[in-house]
Design a protein around this ligand. Structure first.
Ligand SMILES: [Fe+2]
Ligand SMILES: [Fe+2]
Length: 495
């Protein structure tokens, strides 16, 4: 239900309709629902790397809005007037303890009351805006204080400055605001995109997110550097291109291919390694290139040759990122299994290959921006971000899917592969004829992210689940755990 509803909302948003959500309390299921809508909206607009940032900021704003409503509720219970200076001070003395000690009670009472938090999402030509409203008046002094904090926060450059300054803030609300501003600044969304206003009845906090982020100057340089890197990447070696052609000829003599591969020791090693990887579940270890061809077939071999060459070009140039490739291997395994499960045997080797290479943009991204890693690490540890890649992308303003797409085009990789690399986080954007390949790569990759707790079933696009008849969370989970087990069983390296 949630998957369908949030996909529908994201679609409405894309058509330019205002999406409105109403809530009384920020419990887990409410936050999950909102995160799901936001994730889908961002993915569809190639901004998936803003997921963590926007969800963190939005959650912060919603929590504050609910808190403002709780405050109003509390003042009603106490028969105090919020707008009266003396009564306000009196009420605030006990309010903090009240919300800490009575969370469940507050949740129930808010539900029964007329106090609501409304979230509006609206798309316009150059970006979109999020408005969070609560129907409690804000004390003019408090609004003034918030505005002053926002002003002050714009001056900070990094978190260390913040900690020195905010530690004397006894209300504790300051920190959330300052971090929000700092995040907006560092992501290139811009500190001015955050506004708080009140008309005496309703208080509103808004963020405007442009589709084209303006990275800070230093980030702009890095973006250029990445594009230069992609331009300077070597093309595929001649012998690989020839080998690939040979593999597409069904009449070919296997021995010619085996000989050619054997002439290139590093290619032989990686072909054997990948042939013995979990994807093919062979009964015994493949020892020679001849066996590899016989057991996994020419089509799979062709995929392996391309994937091996792509990887070795990147590994030679940059430090090897085992984690990324390990993740890709697992995605490839899942993708192949999914194709077989969904009766899409014909594209099994295509999705396998897409899995192997879908994150190749990440390698270039991670390598090029490593000069920044220290600064990134500060951000990561302070905000408990789950991965630094996200922040790097956020700061640089270019996604690893876009980088990957450019590399794939440069290497003249087949169109289905280019599409899978480009759309693996936003599958709805792909061309119609590649939908099966892209959707399966997407699902396989997301299964890995779910295992790493970076993604949630509820964030999945309904269309991708529907296409393969996955109608419920239970069905999806059963399939996922089945694949996971298979992967673990066969993942002991045989070579
Ligand atoms: Fe990815
Ligand atoms: Fe991935």
């Amino acid at each position: 239900m949630i998957v369908a509803k949030t996909s529908q909302m994201a679609a409405n948003f894309d058509r330019g309709e205002t999406v409105a959500l109403s809530l009384s309390y920020h419990n887990k299921s409410v936050i999950r629902f909102i995160s799901s809508v936001i994730t889908k909206i961002l993915a569809r607009n190639n901004l998936i790397y803003l997921q963590d940032t926007i969800i963190t900021i939005l959650r912060e704003i919603i929590v504050n809005a609910v808190k403002a409503n709780s405050k109003r509720l509390f003042f009603r219970f106490q028969n105090l007037d919020m707008l009266d200076e003396e009564q306000y001070t009196l009420g605030m003395k006990n309010f903090k303890d009240f919300i800490i000690q009575n969370q469940e009670f507050i949740e129930d009472e808010l539900k029964k009351s007329d106090l609501r938090v409304l979230v509006y999402l609206k798309k316009f030509e150059s970006g979109f805006s999020i408005h969070v409203q609560n129907n409690s008046p804000i004390h003019p002094d408090e609004l003034k204080r918030i505005k002053m904090r926002i002003q002050k926060a714009k001056v900070y450059n990094d978190f260390s400055e913040v900690y020195c300054d905010v530690s004397d803030d006894n209300e504790g609300e300051g920190l959330g605001l300052v971090l929000t501003i700092l995040f907006l600044k560092n992501t290139g969304i811009g500190a001015n995109s955050f506004q708080v206003s009140s008309n005496g009845k309703v208080t509103q906090a808004s963020i405007a997110v442009p589709f084209q982020l303006k990275p800070a100057k230093v980030m702009n340089k890095i973006q250029q550097q990445i594009l230069d890197e992609v331009r300077d990447l070597p093309t595929f070696p001649e012998n690989i291109i020839e080998l690939e052609k040979l593999c597409s000829n069904p009449e070919v003599d296997y021995r010619i291919i085996a000989d050619r591969i054997s002439m290139d020791p590093s290619l032989s090693v990686s072909v054997l390694k990948l042939s013995n990887s979990a994807a093919f579940i062979t009964r015994r270890r493949i020892e020679t290139i001849n066996e590899a061809i016989n057991i996994i077939g020419l089509k799979n071999l062709q995929a392996i040759i391309i994937a091996s060459s792509a990887r070795s070009i990147l590994d030679e140039r940059y430090s090897s990122f085992r984690q990324v490739w390990d993740h890709c291997n697992k995605t490839a395994f899942y993708a192949r299994q999914l194709a077989l499960t969904f009766g899409r045997e014909k594209i099994a080797q295509n999705v396998y290959m897409a899995g192997l290479l879908h994150d190749l943009g990440k390698i270039v991204l991670l390598s090029t921006s490593s000069a920044l890693s220290e600064w990134m690490m500060t951000l990561v540890s302070n905000r408990k971000m789950r991965s630094s890649t996200v922040i790097e992308e956020v700061s640089i303003g270019i996604s690893h899917s876009s980088i990957g797409e450019q590399i794939a085009r440069k290497w003249n990789l087949p169109e289905y592969l280019v599409q899978a690399i480009q759309w693996h986080h936003a599958p709805l954007g792909c061309a119609e004829e590649y939908r099966d390949v892209v959707y399966i790569t997407y699902l396989a990759n997301k299964m890995c992210s779910i295992e790493d707790k970076k993604f949630d079933y509820y964030y999945l696009e309904e269309d991708a689940l529907d296409r393969f008849g996955l109608n419920s969370e239970r069905e999806f989970m059963a399939l996922h755990s089945n694949l996971r087990m298979k992967y673990l069983e066969h993942n002991e390296p045989k070579y």
